[in-house]
Write a protein that binds this ligand. Structure first.
Ligand code: GMT
Length: 373
C-alpha cells in the first residue's frame, strides 16, 4: 500500500509512534510518505520506501496566525495525486484530522477517493481538544474519519465521554521495536553518570505541568534520604526551572543531571535502575513502555492508560496522583534489595514484550485493508 502519514515531527510520543509505525510498515513492503513541517526526529533515513514531504507555511505579515492547516491540506492533495496514495493515516486529531478531511473533500472533487484513519493520542482529546475553542472542529473531524483508533482503552472511554462520537473506536496500543532494543556495552557508559554504589533513576518527558516534575523531584528526595542515587532527567520544557529550584530547596540538586532533549534515550535507559512517571494524565505512557523494554521498572501514577502498560507489583508500582510518599516507598522497596530489583527488571521487560511491534503493526494493516476495500 502507499500510505501518507501526518504527524508532529517533534519529540512527543505521538510523533515517535507515527514515525516508528511508518518505519515498521516500510519494512513490511509498504511505501510511506511522511507529510509534516520537519523531518521527524526518529526518522534517521529516507529510502525509496520512505519519503518525506515538507509542509511550508510562508510568513505573510497580514496573517497574525500562519495557516498551517491550509498548507497541510494543499500539500496532501499534491502528494496524493503525485504518488497515487491509497490512504491517509493522521496521528493526533488537531489539526491533522481537520486538514485531512479538507484534503479528502478537494480530492473528491477530482474523483479521487482518499480514505482517512485518525489515531487519537491523548492530549488531542484530554487537554487541548476538549477545550471549547477547538471542540466542535475536533468532534467533527473525528466523526468524518473513515476509521478511528486510540492508543488505550482509557483514551477510548475519555473520547466517548468528552465528545459526541458516532463511530467505533478501535484500541491499538503503542509498541516497541525490540530489534532496536539492544544493549551495546560500548554505548552503555554507566560510570559517566554515577558511582558504582549509586542507583540511577530516570525521568523522560517534555517537562510540561501534566508530567508533575515536582513530584519526580519530591520522590527522588525521599529515596535519596535512604540510599545513594542519581536522578537523570531527559527532555526539556516549561517546568525545568521550577524543578531545579525545588531540587535546591530539597537539597538534592547536586544529585540531579538535567540532560535536555535527546533522541538517544536508550543510552540512558540501558543503565537505569528505575523510571519515574508521576503524570497527572497519560493516555498510554510510551516513555514508561520504552523504559520497561530496557528492563527498567516503573514507578507511576495510576491515571489514564498507564495501568494498561505498567502492571502493579510486576513491572513496577502504581500510586494515586500526588501520593509521593507511596511512590517513594515503592521505589525503595524495589531498589533496596538486589534480588528483588533484578526480578522487577526481568518482569518489566517481559511485560513490555507484549507490546512488540510485530504484534501491533498487523492490527493497523488489517484496518487499512478494511478501509481501501
Ligand atoms: O506526553 C506528551 O506530552 C506527548 C503526547 C503527544 O501527543 O505526543 O503524548 C501522548 O501520546 C503518547 C503516544 O501515544 C502517549 O504515550 C502519551 O501518554 C500521551 N500523553 C498524554 O496523554 C499526556
Amino acid at each position: 500500500m502507499k500510505i501518507a502519514i501526518v504527524c508532529y515531527p517533534t519529540f512527543g510520543g505521538s510523533g515517535v509512534v507515527a514515525t516508528e509505525l511508518g518505519i515498521a510498515l516500510s519494512k513490511r513492503g509498504h511505501e510511506i510518505h511522511f507529510v509534516t513541517y520537519k523531518q521527524p526526529v526518529r526518522l534517521e533515513y529516507l529510502s525509496h520506501q520512505i519519503k518525506y514531504h515538507e509542509v511550508i507555511v510562508p510568513e505573510y505579515p497580514l496573517f497574525h496566525y500562519q495557516p498551517y492547516e491550509l498548507a497541510l491540506s494543499s500539500k496532501l492533495v499534491t502528494v496524493v495525486k503525485q504518488h497515487q496514495i491509497d490512504l491517509l493515516h493522521v496521528h493526533y486529531a488537531i489539526p491533522h484530522a481537520y486538514a485531512g478531511f479538507m484534503a479528502q473533500q478537494m480530492l473528491q472533487d477530482e474523483g479521487i477517493n482518499l480514505p482517512m484513519i485518525t489515531t487519537l493520542h491523548g492530549t488531542d482529546i484530554t487537554l487541548v481538544g476538549s477545550h471549547s475553542f477547538y471542540k466542535p472542529a475536533v468532534n467533527f473531524s473525528i466523526n468524518q474519519s473513515n476509521l478511528v483508533t486510540s492508543v488505550s482503552q482509557s483514551l477510548k472511554e475519555n473520547t466517548l465521554d468528552i465528545f459526541d462520537i458516532n463511530k467505533d473506536i478501535n484500541v491499538i496500543p503503542n509498541f516497541i521495536d525490540f530489534e532496536k532494543v539492544k544493549f551495546d556495552v560500548g554505548n552503555c557508559q554507566r560510570h559517566l553518570m554515577a558511582n558504582d554504589d549509586e542507583k540511577i533513576i530516570t525521568h523522560v518527558s517534555n517537562l510540561r505541568p501534566v508530567k508533575r516534575i515536582s513530584d519526580v523531584i519530591k520522590v527522588f528526595a525521599k529515596i535519596r534520604q535512604q540510599l545513594k542515587a542519581k536522578l537523570i532527567i531527559v527532555g526539556d520544557g516549561p517546568e525545568r526551572e521550577n524543578a531545579s529550584v525545588l531540587a535546591h530547596k530539597l537539597n538534592v540538586r547536586q544529585d540531579i543531571i538535567f540532560l535536555g532533549k535527546s533522541n538517544e534515550v536508550e543510552k540512558i535507559l540501558c543503565f537505569s535502575d528505575l523510571f519515574l512517571l508521576p503524570s497527572k494524565k497519560e493516555s498510554f505512557g510510551l516513555a514508561a513502555l520504552e523504559a520497561m523494554a530496557y528492563s527498567v521498572p516503573v514507578i507511576s501514577t495510576n491515571t489514564g492508560g498507564i495501568p494498561e502498560v505498567n502492571k502493579h507489583g510486576v513491572s513496577g508500582f502504581l500510586s494515586d496522583l500526588g501520593d509521593v510518599e507511596d511512590m517513594a516507598k515503592n521505589a525503595l522497596h524495589i531498589l533496596s534489595n538486589e534480588a528483588r530489583l533484578e526480578n522487577f527488571k526481568v518482569n518489566a521487560k517481559k511485560t513490555a514484550l507484549q507490546f512488540d511491534v510485530k504484534a501491533i503493526v498487523p492490527k493497523y494493516e488489517a484496518l487499512y485493508e478494511e478501509m481501501i476495500q
